[in-house]
Structure formats: structure tokens, C-alpha cells
Design a protein. Structure first.
Length: 365
């Protein structure tokens, strides 16, 4: 959709990345790191000072103690983190439960490792909450892992404490591993608490938690992420990391360390920053015929176009680019069987003027 948006000169609310600049201090620090000689390979598991920063972060936010030496790995973005986490634990014919719709890299990664993705639909009628009874029914002796994503892309839903307790109950009598994609961990709204697996000792002991500095610092192109996992999983996933990426980019790691020394409370500001964008876009979209879904976290907003058209969502998105000059993502792209609920995903990590202009264009439909 980004390519189509560029070709048509359309406003791109499709792909999940900001169109505003990152914090100026941060970019300066990256330049300084390069000038100061941080240009050679970092240790394969990441700069020790960045791993320590992640340890402090998970202690402060989730009360979880992680050893930077044996439990934290810096990766080339959350994408690599997900790849090595899933590759480390998935063997041929292992089943891995996915909650659909879901981010599109999970299933191919599982398949590359010879595993079988087992999709369980989120309940569209109930704002995409998890049907844990259904999850329970899909679990068997071959189930190796379950992938969580909270706050959730594409729906903007978040898992609650009740969800985490339901998961703990399901995992009581088996060895199922949790791969928890928490790249939007700091983007939660209306006073909602982010339920990291690391808050729950029973889950933390069997989970690989994945974060992304790209999302947290508005620098998706820096591709710097992390995995927090118990030592046995970390040993395994580091084998995949060292044979693929070996080490992620050194100057960005150094700049991130220096930035948090300068702005230790950066993450606290993200809620209000993105909530203001969510609300601005929602207000502006009232002039359109689209119907919103509630958003509790992430920087994505779902809209139904069922009241406007019954076209397949992919066709509708193509038409939106051509006729309105706005690009969105058809939600069927997040289902393996391409389930079409007549929903579009818009990314509101965009400049306010861009969001207002997009809503204005969409009101013509
Ligand atoms: C749910 C989810 N997981 C992982 C990623 C990838 O993160 P990164 O850019 O750090 O690789 C994204 C990016 O859009 C995402 O939305």
C-alpha cells in the first residue's frame, strides 16, 4: 500500500511509521556516536549499557528482574527478535497458536522453521477480545508456543489482567512457551495499564518478551529491538541471532543509551502524545461515513466501511488511494485465509495536519 500511495501521491495512513521527525536530541546523539567512533561491531548480544538499560526498564515498569548477561538480547528490530525467538523454539511439525488478525511476520517465520501456524480468531463482535475457551480447544500435545501481541496491531485492543489470568490457567499443565510481542508497550490510552507477560512471574518464566526502540523513539528505520527471556531460551535464540545478524547497528545502540540518560522519562510522554493524535483523528473522521472501533493502545485505528460499500477490502483500499488520495491497509491482510470483515486499518502516527487532511478527503466518499 505504501508503494501504491507513493505512486498515486496519496496520503499514507497505511504503513505503521511516523511521518514526523524523531526527537532532535536523539538524532544528534546518533551523529555524535558515529563521530565518537562507535562504528565497529557491537557485542553480539548488544552493548552492555543498552542491555542494562532494558533491565532497568523492565524492572521499573513491570517489576521484573532480568540479568542483562543471560536474559537480554539486542536485535535488529522486533522483526528479528520475533524471528529468532520463534526459530529458537519451533521444530518441524510443532504447532504455534496465533490470534488472528495478527501481524504478518509470525506465520511465515513459524513455517520457515517447519512449524504449523494454528490461527484462532479474535472475537470481532467483542472488539477483538480473545476467546480463551477457543484457544484451549486448539491446544494439544503438539502445541509448542502461543504468540501474543498487546497492544495489538491491527486492532488497537489490549489484553487485560483477566486475559493474563486466563492464559496462566490454560498453561498450568503443559510446557507451552509464550512469545509476547509488546512493541507498543508504552502506547496505551485512557489510563489503561499495559499487561506485559513480565508482570506475571508464572508467565515470565516461560515467555520471550519483545520490544522495539523503533516504535518507542519514533525511529522505525533504526531497526533496534530487544528480547527479554529466561537464560535457556536466550542461549538458543542467540544462536540464531549470531548466525543471521550477529550484532545490531552500534551507533544507534549507543545513541539510545545516551538519549535515555538525557530523557529518562521519554516513555511516559508517549501515552498523551498518541492519545491526542487518536482523539484528533477520531473527531475529524466524524465527518465521514466510516464507523470506528474502540482503540485502547498502539497507533492504529480500525474503521468499518460496511455502511459505504460491500466491495472486498482490498478493492476498496485500491479505490480509496485512487479516488480519495488516502492509503489504508485492508484488514484481510492480517488473516491467513484473508477473512474480510469490511475493515480498514489507519495509522495515526502522522502529523496532525496530515490526519485532518486525510479525514477531509475521506468525507467525500
Ligand atoms: C506488532 C508488531 N510487531 C513487530 C513489529 C516490527 O517492529 P520493528 O520495526 O522493531 O522490527 C511491528 C511493526 O510494525 C509491529 O506492528
Amino acid at each position: 500500500m505504501t508503494a501504491k500511495a507513493q505512486a498515486a501521491g496519496a496520503l499514507n495512513l497505511a504503513q505503521g511509521f511516523p511521518n514526523y521527525p524523531p526527537p532532535p536530541d536523539l538524532t544528534e546523539l546518533a551523529i555524535r556516536a558515529i563521530r565518537d567512533g562507535y562504528n565497529q561491531y557491537a557485542p553480539t548480544s548488544g552493548l552492555p549499557e543498552l542491555r542494562r538499560l532494558v533491565a532497568e526498564h523492565v524492572q521499573r515498569h513491570y517489576g521484573h528482574t532480568a540479568d542483562p548477561e543471560t536474559e537480554i538480547t539486542i536485535t535488529a528490530g522486533a522483526t528479528e527478535a520475533l524471528f529468532i525467538a520463534l526459530s529458537a523454539v519451533t521444530f518441524p511439525d510443532d504447532e504455534v497458536v496465533l490470534l488472528e488478525p495478527c501481524y504478518d511476520c509470525y506465520a511465515p517465520t513459524i513455517q520457515l522453521a517447519g512449524g504449523i501456524p494454528i490461527p484462532v480468531p479474535l472475537d470481532e463482535q467483542k472488539n477483538f477480545c480473545v476467546d480463551w475457551e477457543m484457544v484451549k480447544r486448539r491446544i494439544n500435545r503438539k502445541t509448542k508456543a502461543i504468540v501474543l501481541n498487546t497492544p495489538h496491531n491491527p486492532t488497537g485492543s489490549v489484553l487485560t489482567e483477566a486475559d493474563m489470568n486466563a492464559l496462566i490457567a490454560i498453561l498450568q499443565n503443559n510446557d507451552i512457551i509464550v512469545v509476547s510481542d509488546e512493541v507498543y508497550e508504552h502506547i496505551v490510552f485512557d489510563g489503561v495499564r499495559h499487561e506485559s507477560v513480565l508482570r506475571y512471574p508464572e508467565l515470565a518464566a516461560r515467555s520471550m518478551m519483545i520490544g522495539s526502540f523503533g516504535k518507542t523513539l519514533h525511529v522505525t528505520g533504526w531497526k533496534t529491538g530487544y528480547v527479554v527471556a529466561p537464560p535457556t531460551y536466550t542461549t538458543e535464540l542467540r544462536k540464531h541471532h549470531s548466525q543471521t545478524v550477529f550484532a545490531s547497528a552500534t551507533p544507534f545502540q549507543k545513541a539510545i543509551v545516551d538519549y535515555f540518560a538525557l530523557r529518562p522519562n521519554h516513555t511516559e510522554g508517549l501515552r498523551t502524545f498518541f492519545q491526542a493524535k487518536r482523539d484528533l483523528f477520531a473527531e475529524a473522521m466524524k465527518q465521514t461515513r466510516f464507523t470506528p472501533y474502540p482503540v485502547s493502545g498502539s497507533y492504529f485505528q480500525l474503521y468499518s466501511y460496511a455502511g459505504i460499500s460491500d466491495e472486498p477490502d482490498t478493492d476498496f483500499c485500491d479505490r480509496l488511494v485512487k479516488e480519495c488520495g488516502v492509503a489504508a491497509i485492508p484488514v484481510s491482510a492480517f488473516y491467513r485465509d484473508k477473512t474480510d470483515h469490511k475493515l480498514l486499518r489507519f495509522c495515526f502516527a502522522k502529523e496532525d495536519a496530515h490526519l485532518l487532511e486525510a479525514a477531509e478527503k475521506l468525507s467525500k466518499l
